[in-house]
Structure formats: structure tokens, C-alpha cells
Design a protein around this ligand. Sequence first.
Ligand SMILES: [Zn+2]
Length: 495
Amino acid sequence: MRIVTARLNHETNTFSPLATPLAAFRPLWGEEARAAGTGSATALGAFLAFAQARGATVAVPVSAHANPSGPVADDAFEALSAAILAAVSEGCDAILLDLHGAMVTESLDDGEGELLARIRAVAPDVPLGVALDLHANVTPGMVAAADVIIGFKTYPHVDMAETGAHVARLVGRMLDEGLAPHQAWCHPPQLAHTLRMDTRVPGPMADLVAATRAMEARPGILAATLFGGFSLADLPEAGASFVVAAESAEQAHAAAAELGAALWSRRAEFVYDEAPLAESLAAARAAAEGPGIGPVLLLDHGDNCMSGGTCDVMDVLAACLEAGLDGIVAGPICDPDSVAALFAAGTGAAAEIRLGNKVALPGFPAQAPLALTGRVASLGDGSYVVTGPTYTGQRFSMGRAAVLDTGRARVLVTEEPHEPWDLAIFTQNGIDPRAARFLVLKSRMYCRPVFEPIARAVVECASAGVTSSDYRLFPFAKLARPAYPLDRDVTWGPR
Ligand SMILES: [Zn+2]
């Protein structure tokens, strides 16, 4: 038995100006891809374990993952898909893919749908199972091409391997028992907000994921997933949906419709109404003067690295300085020019920089860089080892890093956009984040496991970046309308 498995992940923010060339994926091919995937807590890891348990010959043409950014370069998509297609064309008994489900390329709105259709063209009858991210924008093309699609049930995503194992189990039953899954997709016209998808807290997301688990316990239902979707993508199908696999088509459709109706009845709870920035800063100031120890975390969700943000929008830091706050630590802010200027000045030297607001955001008003003067407090290579719970033990690089101390704020400036995965982004650069009064991070979710425990309070702050929570800022053109909550008076019912 020969199994082809591969990993290809990208969440595309179609409004992001950040390019996504092949190099952004740091692709691993063949043996290197297999070695990296083996034992990893990913769907690919589970697929490899499945193949090994069956004693199958396994081909891993590629494992590639890029951080969220703008549309994928056409030549990158072609190179990555060609590797998978070539492996499938050699003949195989099963195909197991670890995809994201929200990949848009320069020329294709539905990257995964196109890849799966190409695979179907050369392997029409081979069982094809797909694991997707909870933030997938599922399309009819994906559902039609794959035998089984299952997504993560947790956000933050801690069940990637479990999801892969579920997909593999069903594909195993297709091979062994002739199981023939029928899939149904139900897509209420809803752009759900990422900040309303945390499955760890009580709320609509946790309830509806519990409903999918209850659905899976019913006889005849093989899998049920709530996809929260990724709203920062201008394509017709962007938004939340359900995919159900069942032993009969009727049952799959009925179950998907039932779940879709449940989501629609709670649509208002998936809306995130952001507070004006001035209000957030007033709340932060009050929290700093209140009880507790540690900094107040200010999370800039409008310019979030892990959703395609440029990490150079200066709204929040500028407003903090204007409001007279002090004891500020902020970063990482991506500005290679300022890093070069600070390195040229040297440690301890006085420096004057014009920080951020340099990457043009199509459709958004241009803003001037923030003029800052201070002293170069530290210079470093920007690499560190994660001690936090996500990516524990991995070494990450932010590009070269420099800290400018303005007196009221210490600002960490880096050459690359970087999610604050660990306290080490600051401690490696001479800053103790625990001692800050206000800690400004360009993050919405992934910083939380590490930074929340040291913080006295968390305040979400709005900014006009390409991951803004205010969907009215985005020039949607292809999105199917009406779409709630952009359009508030929408009537909908599952067909
Ligand atoms: Zn996700």
C-alpha cells in the first residue's frame, strides 16, 4: 500500500500588502518533509503515524507552512502543488492532506479547491482525506473534491494531531470496509470574528463545537466541524460554515442544516464591536492604577502579525504617548530602516527615528511615521528559544532587533513582523516585561498563554491596520452579499 501525504498551510489575508513568495513557506521536500512531520503535533504527524501503523509505503512530497500574509505568489502555488501532484501521479491507495483551507493565490480565490480538483483529475477514485484549520473558508469545490474534510475543534489550536487522526481513521475505513462518506456543507452568510472563537471560554463557539461533538456521537455521522472561517479574505465564500460527513447524503445534509441554523440563531454573539482607542486607553490607565501586579497588556488587534498584519501601524503606541502614559514597553514593531538606523547609531548613542507606518495598506488612508527620539538601549540578532507553551523549545528569529528608549517608552524594533510567542522577545533584548507599566503587543490571541499570566489586566486596542476588527474598513468586492454583520438585516435559513 502506498500513501501520499503532505502539509501545505497558508491563511491568506487578501487585504495584506505582505508578499507570500515560495521562500515564505520554508518548504521541506521529500525525506526532509517526512522527518520534520514524524512525531510532530500536526495533522501531518498523525497521517505519518497512520501510514506507519499500516505498514504502508509513504511519500511526503512537501511540508510547507507560511505565516498569514497577502495572496500566495502563483509560482509558489504551482511549485508546491506540482510536488503533490507528481507524487499522486505515481499511483497511490490513499491521499491525506494537511491544509489550511483559507489559501488565496495571486490568480486563484480558492487555492485548496484548485489543488484538490487537480488531484481528483489524476486520481478520481483514490480515497482523499483532508484536515483543515478551524479558520478555513470552505468552498463547494473543496467539499466536492475531497471524500472527508475535518477541521480543528479548538482555538487556540491544540488538536491538530487529533484532527489528522480522525481523518485518517475514516480513510482507513474507506480502505478496509468500503465506507463511502457523504459530505454536506452549510454556510450561513456570516463573517464571524476571531476574537469570538476562543474555544476555552464559555460562549457560542464552545457551545457550537460541543454541538458538533454531540452530532458525531449520533449513529451514522462520521464527522462534523464548525469552521469559524477567516473574514479578512475577499472571496464569495468567506466566513463561517459547517461540514458534516455521514453514511448517507440525507443525514449529512440534515445534520449540516441543523448546525447551520444553530449558528445563525447565535450570530450576534460572533460580532466583535471594538471600543474606540481612547476608551481602551482610559481603561488601561484605570487598570494600571488599580489593584494587582504586573503590566497592563494592550493588545493591538488591528495589526496582528498572525493574521497578515504589517506590524508597523503606529496607532496604539502614538495614542499611548499622546495620552501621557509612561512605563511603556512596545513591540515588536517591524521597521527594517529604523533597525538599520539604530545599529548605525550604536548601543548607548542618542538616536532619532521615524518609526513605522511605512508599508502602504491598499484601501486604507496613509499615515505618517511616528517621530521618536531617545537612546539606543540594546542591539541584538533577534533570535530566541521559546519557553512558552506554544512551539516550546523552537528557535525563532525576528531579524535583527534594536531597542530605543525614549524615557517614557522602550520600543523593540525588528526587521521582520513577529508574533510575541515568548517573554524572551523582550528579555533577550534587555527588557523585563514584568516591570513595565503598559505592555503594547501586536497580537490578539497567541501572546495570551505567556503574557496574560504576568499581566494585571488585558485591554484590546483598535487600530487601522489590515487585521482591524472593523470590517467596514475593508474594500470587499467579491464577498457574497448580504453578509452579517456588514449587512445587519439579513434573513437566512438552511435549505
Ligand atoms: Zn487558525
